[in-house]
Structure formats: structure tokens, C-alpha cells
Ligand binder design. Structure first.
Ligand code: ZN
Length: 91
């Protein structure tokens, strides 16, 4: 659920702030086939604003990471998603 249009200028600012890395797991966009998308940290349906501080550049996995963190599945960088363990580089 992407939930609405994010102005191009705002998208550019998010990418700039993120240095083209996923803001959840710090994976670099370079070398990734899938283009990272801009994610609402607090979803729009939950009242989240389309503002710089509520947006995050996210890889495909980033959405799941955000979900896991939001639901306090983990307080570190390793978690399990449907029996698959993800260990994220949190250095
Ligand atoms: Zn990520």
C-alpha cells in the first residue's frame, strides 16, 4: 500500500538524506535490481504525514523490517519472517 503521491522534490530530499541507502537496513541502492521506494514510517491510514520526517527510503525487505520493528518483534537487527531469519547489518 503506497497510499498517495509523494512530490518528486520530496522524494529527492528523502533519497539525498538517505544517501541512496535503505533507511531501515542501510542496504545501498547501487547494485540492487529493484528500485527502492519511499515508505511512510507512520502509514497514511494511521494519520502519517507526507513529510520528510515521516518518510523513509526502503528496500523491498525494508517494509518488513519496519513492520517487525513497529510490532516489537525484535529490538536488534535480527528477526524472523515466516521462518526465515534475517540478520541485518546494523554496524
Ligand atoms: Zn532495507
Amino acid at each position: 500500500m503506497s497510499g498517495g503521491h509523494i512530490p518528486t522534490s520530496l522524494q529527492r530530499r528523502v533519497r539525498l538524506r538517505a544517501s541512496d541507502r535503505c533507511e531501515y537496513c542501510r542496504l545501498a541502492q547501487a547494485g540492487q535490481e529493484a528500485t527502492f521506494h519511499i515508505d511512510h514510517v507512520v502509514p497514511r491510514v494511521a494519520g502519517g504525514a507526507t513529510a520528510l520526517e515521516n518518510l523513509a527510503l526502503a528496500c523491498v525487505l525494508g517494509k518488513f523490517v519496519a513492520f517487525a520493528v513497529r510490532h516489537r518483534w525484535t529490538d536488534c537487527c535480527c528477526f524472523e519472517l515466516r521462518d526465515v531469519a534475517f540478520a541485518l547489518d546494523c554496524s
